[in-house]
Design a protein around this ligand. Structure first.
Ligand code: PBG
Length: 299
């Protein structure tokens, strides 16, 4: 299980995400405490996302590879303190560019090939900072090969790539965008994220990422895409990760807060369904709850 972390610059920050109760925007001091408590429950992998203030954003996401970037510094601090954990990054332009898009925007269009070298710079900076795995979530074409080459040339052969392979243009990312204030300023992400009516394109995307050197293939969202998880797990000989995204978790939490379903019963059922579909790795905001539930019963 992988626990997502929303990182804020500063100290002593612990703000609950309103649309995702139980998940917090944390500064590094509190991230270290969060990791400590997750480790006690047996969770050893974390995926971290930065919230960047508007003043540091520009057209080309320069701050994403700036030596003073608080996200990169936090990764170094975390890995020094907990060398045993697996720390996963997010590679995309949306936290850093003024357009709120995952790629470079020109005249309202996302320009794939201008984005690739920016993603590569960001990736090398993240590997340098100590991330174990990089998570390109941008859905540009050809980025896995481009990033792999840049990493190898910079001598980071051992830094892996968990590629967001089948990432759908979904309405389920709302609480995440609230947490990081990263919603697109104009338009939507449908020119680079996938159409939810299309299952076969996931196989094509997976084939490309696999050939380009991805170490893990991810399906996102998870719950509404169990068929895609299953297809990839049947067809590709590398681990399949499933991202149980913010909106999917929020739906479960909201219904249970209303007393309409039992969280205690539904949460393990939901997580188990993702596993049953064929996921080897599950990224979820409910990781700690599931681990605690599991530990109580089976450990
Ligand atoms: C963006 C990114 C998103 C998520 C992870 N990386 C949002 C988006 O594509 O707009 C969403 C995760 C979630 O909803 O939990 N690069």
């Amino acid at each position: 299980m992988v626990q997502p972390i929303f990182l804020f610059d500063g100290n002593n920050i612990k703000d609950e995400v309103k649309s995702l109760p139980g998940t917090y925007r944390l500064s590094i001091d509190n991230v270290l405490k969060e990791i400590e408590s997750a480790l006690q429950l047996g969770i050893q992998s974390f995926m971290m996302f930065p919230a960047v203030v508007e003043e540091l954003k520009d057209k080309t996401a320069t701050y994403s590879h700036d030596v003073n970037n608080f996200y990169l510094k936090a990764a170094t601090t975390i890995k020094l303190r907990f060398p045993e954990i697996c720390l996963i990054s997010d590679v995309a332009m949306d936290p850093y560019n003024i357009d709120g898009h995952d790629g470079y925007v020109e005249n309202g269009q996302i320009i794939n090939d201008i984005t690739l070298p920016i993603l590569a710079k960001m990736s090398v900076a993240q590997a340098q900072a100590g991330f174990d795995l990089l998570g390109p979530s941008d859905m540009m074409d050809g980025r896995v090969a481009y990033i792999r080459k840049a990493l190898d040339e910079a001598n980071f052969q051992n830094t892996g790539i968990m590629s967001y392979t089948a990432k759908y243009a979904s309405a389920m990312y709302g609480p995440f965008r609230d947490a990081l204030d990263s919603a697109p300023k104009a338009g939507d992400k449908k020119t680079y994220q996938m159409n939810y009516a299309n299952a076969k394109e996931a196989l094509l995307e997976a084939q490309l990422d696999f050939e380009e050197g991805a170490d893990f293939l991810m399906v996102k969202p998870a719950l509404h895409y169990l068929d895609i998880i299953h297809r990839l797990s049947e067809n590709f000989p590398i681990p399949i990760a499933a991202y149980h995204v913010s909106g999917e978790c929020a739906m479960l939490i909201a219904a249970s807060q209303n007393g309409w379903i039992s969280y205690e019963k539904a949460m393990p059922e939901v997580i188990t369904s993702i596993k049953r579909a064929g996921a080897n790795i599950i990224i979820t905001y409910l990781a700690k709850d599931y681990a605690a539930w599991f530990k109580e019963r089976y450990c």
